[in-house]
Design a protein around this ligand. Structure first.
Ligand code: M6R
Length: 364
């Protein structure tokens, strides 16, 4: 039931602090601040290469996680969308771990890729929200998200819960590979446990986002920019907007703008820039300046420091709490979801059942 919410998507966006806390609760121990994964019969420290496969929003969660597996566990990560992976004759190392991410656990492309990897002798890890799904049954290592049923066709809470599980897995692999000290593990767990409160703080900006949606609603095209682990969020923001508002949107790595897409910029193409303050901020801001110099209208999503440093001259700014970089992808998911949601509401589209889309894509 939708309760006091107008749409399931809206309800599911607002459930995120609770369901992310639930999910983290089953992977992190609060008594000693350690990561605790389900027991399974496979030596995870022997993995030399990780293969991640998924579709849509679940694929973007995998893209974020690639940064974590590389950064913490120093693991090479191969990642692809399932429909491409399955038919490109991927090279899989003996004894490798293949990780599949899916809300439904029924997506046909992902399932075909999973079965292919199984035939090739890979150990199958599955991050899935529906515990009774086909993928869950076929997993060697089952890593459930505890998002609860997701009804809206546009995935929201499943995404942030996937990120929570993947962050825990990356930390666990780092520990097992001898690359994360006990002190560092404690620190990582503490930061992850801060996520639910930070998600709540992000949701407090719902009204601000609702009141600027009319700036985006008339656009024909919208660009989203992000750098590093915020790049997948740019892709996710663009996907959310196109799915439910039918506005054409593209996500780009900030630095790629000048290699082509900048030709599209004029005063009719809003550019949403996802840029928490931090080491990559200055670089992204200079890409944002390139956009502004060509008449582009920028919506900057950043924290108070970032908005103070670079917010002037933007069409709008959306302020996020200052958060640790590890949880930034979870927190910054909220404004991109809310922006798409409110733009769709302004346009009067069918938010929960957008045209041409099904919740679960069970054909290849
Ligand atoms: O159930 P899955 O996570 O496997 O679904 C994958 C995609 O079909 C899904 O994320 C789709 O892109 C959503 N509609 C995105 O909002």
């Amino acid at each position: 039931e939708k309760g006091n919410y107008r749409h399931f998507m809206q309800k599911e966006i607002f459930e995120q602090p609770t369901v992310v806390a639930q999910t983290l609760g089953s992977y992190l121990r609060r008594d000693d601040y350690s990561v605790a994964l389900p027991q399974f019969d496979f030596d995870i420290s022997s993995v030399r290469r990780l293969t991640i496969v998924a579709c849509g929003t679940s694929y973007y969660a995998g893209l974020v996680a690639k940064y974590w597996f590389e950064q913490f566990a120093r693991l090479p990560v191969d990642i692809d969308v399932a429909s491409e992976f399955r038919y490109r004759e991927p090279v899989l190392e003996d004894g490798g771990l293949a990780l599949f991410i899916s809300q439904s656990g029924e997506t046909a492309d992902t399932l075909a890729a999973l079965r292919h990897c199984k035939e090739e002798g890979q150990t199958i890890g599955v991050v899935v929200n529906v515990p009774t799904s086909t993928m869950a049954r076929e997993a060697d290592l089952l890593l459930p998200t505890h998002a609860g049923p997701e009804i809206g066709v546009a995935s929201t809470k499943a995404f942030t819960c996937q990120l929570a599980v993947l962050a825990a897995l990356a930390a666990h692999m780092a520990v097992k590979r001898g690359l994360m000290s006990r002190a560092k593990e404690t620190e990582v767990v503490q930061h992850l446990l801060e996520a639910p409160a930070c998600l709540n703080a992000a949701l407090d900006h719902d009204d601000d986002i609702a009141s600027m949606a009319h700036l985006i609603a008339p656009a024909r095209d919208v660009l989203y920019l992000g750098r590093g682990q915020d790049y997948p969020l740019a892709l996710e923001g663009a996907l959310k907007l196109k799915e439910i508002s039918y506005i054409h949107a593209e996500g780009y790595a900030s630095g790629e703008m000048k290699h082509g897409p900048i030709a599209l910029i004029d005063e009719d193409v809003p550019v949403v820039v996802i840029a928490p303050s931090g080491p990559l901020f200055e670089k992204t801001v200079s890409n944002m300046e390139e956009v502004r110099a060509r008449g582009g209208k920028v919506v900057l999503i950043s924290d108070a420091q970032g908005i103070k440093d670079a917010g002037e001259g933007c069409m709008a700014t959306i302020e996020m709490p200052k958060v640790h970089p590890l949880i930034a992808p979870l927190v910054y998911a909220i404004p991109v979801q809310l922006l798409a949601y409110h733009v769709a509401v302004v346009k009067g589209t069918d938010v929960d059942q957008p045209r041409n889309l099904a919740k679960s894509v069970t054909v290849e």
